[in-house]
Design a protein around this ligand. Structure first.
Ligand code: EPZ
Length: 422
């Protein structure tokens, strides 16, 4: 099982280019099920999750090819009546929860979807009840049987739907399904993450009629048919934030290129509140060296507030701050799996249910073997390793490979001493 070895103490310097957004690319792959023909996606990151989504599409009859960050998907003309034409198999779905996002497109295009329930994951139970409520609201019959969602509908009907909780995946599943429903669908209390806007823009290129994405209300006028399209995936703002913290925590000067700071306003505000100078251009962010930095409190919440996907990475930075930082996680119920591992490196943290109190102390981290538990926790441990004295070995690094393309290469180019070992 691969591990990452990080030798701390190098101040990172230089420029690094961000890859395409995992949490946008994955959904577009599933959107390709809405229209036969060849879809072309550029700036797709080469990640384990993209490979998993590609395998699921192939199981659903699509042809997928991937080279130099361009992914081509040819959606077959298949009817759900054909064997497994609409079945998201457990073996494939369990590897990646986002596979539930084939539900809406299959239901809309084929009138039927049989998708394995995703099962839980390290950061919480992550139910899909709101996804299922949304499909029912569009007129689908939905039944849970033997670990699978069985959904069917002759033709989905537009509706008004208020999400009782902001859900990125739920918003995306319903938006995709509604593109082929009869009549208008009005979605309220939707997620406003930039990846939702990127998916909407792709669906519009396919001929969908969508407005309001990025606000709390999205309107979709159903159409009879969609066509394949070509699209360039937006930058991965979470990778951008992770790389900016790599510069900050190592007391270096790093320019992260290719991502608009507008996608990370709350995050950049907190880095500045901690005392770092951060210069911005329209698609780059530069952080400058700080001898020491202040502890600041953060509360994660749906966009445009502080992103939950940068909470673990920010916590690593706070372990070395001067003062006490209160970190409140409001999106997932168990997203502090990195706390005990950071404590193994010498951090002083008291985790409670949804709050972690970090008593920061400059220079407190010393390298040690640690265990990655989920994608962003593994990034947090690599970041802490950059600043710890001595070597940090991050085990189970496959978690990192789900969401970061060539992270060790990017960090090495900035001067980090980091390598992967089997
Ligand atoms: C997406 O997950 C992202 N994943 C997550 O990124 C991200 O953390 C999350 O949105 C929040 O921004 C992808 O886009 C592939 P949610 P998603 O539905 O859609 C609860 C990463 O590190 N909920 O917005 O699954 C849920 O349990 C990953 O890249 C229900 O209760 O997130 C959670 O507490 C991790 N019922 C909250 O809502 C539902 O039906 C937000 O979940 C759906 C969700």
């Amino acid at each position: 099982m691969d591990k990452m070895i990080v030798s701390g103490g190098q101040a990172l310097r230089g420029e690094v280019q961000v890859s395409g957004a995992k949490n946008s690319a994955l959904k577009m792959l599933f959107a390709s099920l809405l229209a036969e023909g060849e879809h072309v996606f550029h700036n797709v990151p080469n990640l384990a999750d993209v490979e998993s989504a590609s395998k699921l599409l192939e199981a659903l009859g699509s042809k997928v090819s991937f080279s130099k960050n361009t992914l081509r998907v040819t959606t077959a003309q298949r009817k759900a009546t054909e064997k497994n034409a609409a079945k998201g198999d457990y073996e494939l779905v369990r590897k990646m929860r986002a596979s539930i996002l084939c539900l809406g497109p299959l239901l809309a295009k084929q009138g039927e979807a049989i998708v394995s329930l995703p099962g839980g994951c390290a950061i919480g139970s992550r139910p899909i009840d709101l996804h299922l409520e949304a499909m029912k609201a569009l007129g689908a019959e939905v039944e849970l049987r033997e670990g699978y969602v069985h959904a069917h509908a002759k033709r989905l009907r537009g509706t008004s739907f208020l999400f009782e909780k902001v859900t990125v995946g739920g918003t995306e599943n319903m938006m995709m399904a509604a593109t082929l429903a009869e009549g208008e669908t009005v979605l309220e209390n939707v997620a406003k993450e930039p990846e939702i806007g990127d998916l909407a823009e792709y669906l519009i290129k396919m001929g969908a009629r969508i407005s309001g994405h990025g606000t709390s209300v999205i309107r979709i006028q159903g159409v009879e048919k969609l066509r394949p399209a070509e699209h360039t995936v937006i930058a991965d703002r979470i990778e951008a934030g992770t790389l900016l913290i790599a510069g900050a925590i190592s007391k270096g000067e790093v320019t992260v290129k290719g991502c608009s700071p507008h996608l990370l306003e709350a995050f950049v505000g907190k880095i500045r509140e901690a005392g770092f100078r951060v210069d911005l251009t329209e698609n780059s962010m530069t952080v400058f060296p700080q001898k020491s930095w202040k502890a600041v409190d953060i509360t994660t919440a749906p966009h445009p507030l502080f992103p939950t996907d940068l909470q673990a990475q920010f916590m690593a930075l706070m372990t070395l701050a001067e003062g006490t930082s209160v970190i409140t996680e409001t999106v997932f119920e168990n997203r502090f799996m990195h706390v005990t591992e950071l404590m193994r490196l010498g951090a002083d943290i008291t985790p409670k249910t949804q709050v972690a109190v970090v008593r920061g102390k400059p220079g407190c981290l010393t390298g040690a073997p640690v265990m990655a538990t989920d994608l962003r926790a593994s990034a947090s441990l690599v970041l802490a390793g950059l600043a710890a004295q001595g070597d940090t070995t991050v085990n189970r690094i496959y978690h990192l490979d789900r969401g970061y393309e060539k992270l060790e290469e990017k960090l090495s180019l900035l001067g980090a001493k980091i390598c992967r070992r089997a």
